[in-house]
Design a protein around this ligand. Sequence first.
Ligand SMILES: [Zn+2]
Length: 337
Amino acid sequence: MNNLFPVLALNSNITQLIKKIPSAGILENIKEGLNNEIRFIDQNSPISDVAKIVKFSTDSKSYVSLSAAYCQYLWLMCSIIIRDIDLSVIIEECKRCRVTLEQFADCSKQVLNQPQEQISKQIPLEFKGINLEQYIDYLKRIPELLNTTEFCRQQEYYMKLLSELTNKETFSLDDFSDVNIKTPYGEKINSVYCFGICFILLHEASHFSLGHMDKESCAIQDEKDADFSSFWSIYSDIPESEKFSANCGVLCALFSLLYLNPKIESDNIHPTEDDRIFKVYECIKKDSPKYTVLLVHFFMYWAKNYQIDGFPTNLQNTEDSVDKIKNFLAEYKKIKA
Ligand SMILES: [Zn+2]
């Protein structure tokens, strides 16, 4: 029996992260009446409302309400996509080197059994510049991706859970009890996930600190400003070593909102999800080519999973593909409007 979503075990990691982001001004906000704590909703039900600021009627204090079901949703989504991308990179590399996945798995096991200096001697010339510790760490994490049967079983199981989180009829909290958030590979997912939740929370807190709460109606510009403020607080305060996870987390959070609204129906409050994604992507794309890989994969997954007609095929991980996706989305939204 399970009475909580497994992902809630990561709540303290999120609190630690938020402390690393002073420019978000969370501490000042608390003084001005935003309550420190987060109130969880959807503790044993599908997602109702991702996150919002709620004002107490008794005093002027506000608090952030966050959906526990959404947290689980985001974690599963990060897991499905990041595993998928990592495995496809490994498969590509195996093809290039003409080895099978099994050979690669055996080989990486052997490498891990050797002392560090021995390993560094064996690294092919073209990879000489890599950080050895990161490389060894990587080899320790990936075995759970290399068993194809197990990999597919888990992807399917997680996908089933994703749909349960948006559907009252099929939802059962017990189905989530096999989700293991504490595997070696899972640590990477957890870090990306925590940054994603941070982004969502800081977005809400920004509405408060930017003075949007006193307005009668919410403007699209307010939503853009809240995204901007949340993204830059994270981007500017997080040390270089964590920036990649942080940026992936922000992208994952925005993509999760797209997956929750796959037909991109406008709510007349927020900019459409794809616009929010590209805003952030434009800010980070020069930092690493991996963001393009992530973006293209996320959109391909969206098109496949929600059967989006006419989505471009044979996309490579290039800026050219990003342009094709943008053009497609412009048409897609025009037809719907
Ligand atoms: Zn907002």
